[in-house]
Write a protein that binds this ligand. Structure first.
Ligand code: NAG
Length: 239
């Protein structure tokens, strides 16, 4: 059984929090939204990471430090400058986190498998995004960010290579980003790694179950049963 750590214990405080999508799309102007009472798969992981990066935990945690961390996690180079400064693609989000020194790309060190990014989903589905549907400028800015990432090589772990018992280099509290075969998209779900009775499971905000929970199925089984999910990227907090 693996040791607990900050990421995992903070993630566990979110268990049963309702799954609510689009909580960041409240205003036309882009502002830092903090809503730990309604989360989707991404915002859940962001809040857990922002908490875990704080110097004091629990009741001594500083709200200002938490907000500062969240901004560095969610926005390119920590700067809020409109909708497209938000890191919508997880490849961009990870690159920003590694560049900022608060994330470590564990798959890059431990998995020999690589894939070439090919991103276009948002600029080709503008109607799915309120802030793209109403702004040609945002669509062309997003297309620019997609182009900048397209062609880059990233490391990943194909789902067939992940045993139900996990792997020694995947630890409790690691961020698990699930890669997808949906054209133009890199990652379509994410959560936190948790070993349960020596099996690797996922603590995540589930749209199916409508809340944050530790999935009863192992991560390997979850991946096997979803044809759109191809594998994982594993990211660790660097503090
Ligand atoms: C991601 C969305 C992003 C949103 C985030 C949090 C994509 C490619 N990315 O899934 O726009 O900010 O969830 O709700 O759709």
């Amino acid at each position: 059984q693996q040791e607990k750590n900050l990421m995992l214990s903070n993630a566990q405080t979110f268990i049963d929090t309702p799954y609510v999508p689009n909580t960041l799309e409240i205003d036309d102007a882009e502002n830092l939204v903090i809503n730990c009472d309604e989360v989707d798969c991404t915002t859940f992981v962001e809040y857990v990471l922002a908490m875990s990066l704080c110097s004091e935990q629990g009741k001594d945690m500083s709200e200002g430090e938490f907000a500062g961390n969240l901004q560095r996690i969610r926005y390119r180079d920590g700067k809020i400058d409109g909708y497209t400064s938000r890191l919508h693609y997880i490849a961009d989000w990870i690159e920003n986190g590694v560049r900022g020194g608060f994330m470590e790309d564990v798959t890059a060190v431990n998995s020999p498998y690589t894939q070439t990014l090919n991103l276009s989903y948002m600029s080709t589905h503008p109607k799915d995004y309120k802030q793209l549907a109403n702004s040609e400028t945002n669509v062309s800015k997003m297309a620019g960010y997609e182009k900048a990432l397209t062609g880059q090589e990233i490391h990943w772990l194909p789902k067939d290579m992940l045993p139900s018992t996990g792997l020694p280099w995947i630890k409790n509290g690691d961020i698990i980003a699930i890669t997808t075969n949906t054209p133009g998209l890199d990652v379509s779900h994410m959560g936190i790694a948790i070993y349960v009775k020596d099996n690797l499971c996922l603590l995540h905000a589930s749209s199916d179950k409508g809340k944050v929970l530790v999935d009863k199925n192992t991560l390997s089984r979850l991946l096997k049963h979803n044809d759109k999910w191809t594998g994982i990227r594993v990211i660790r907090m660097k503090k």
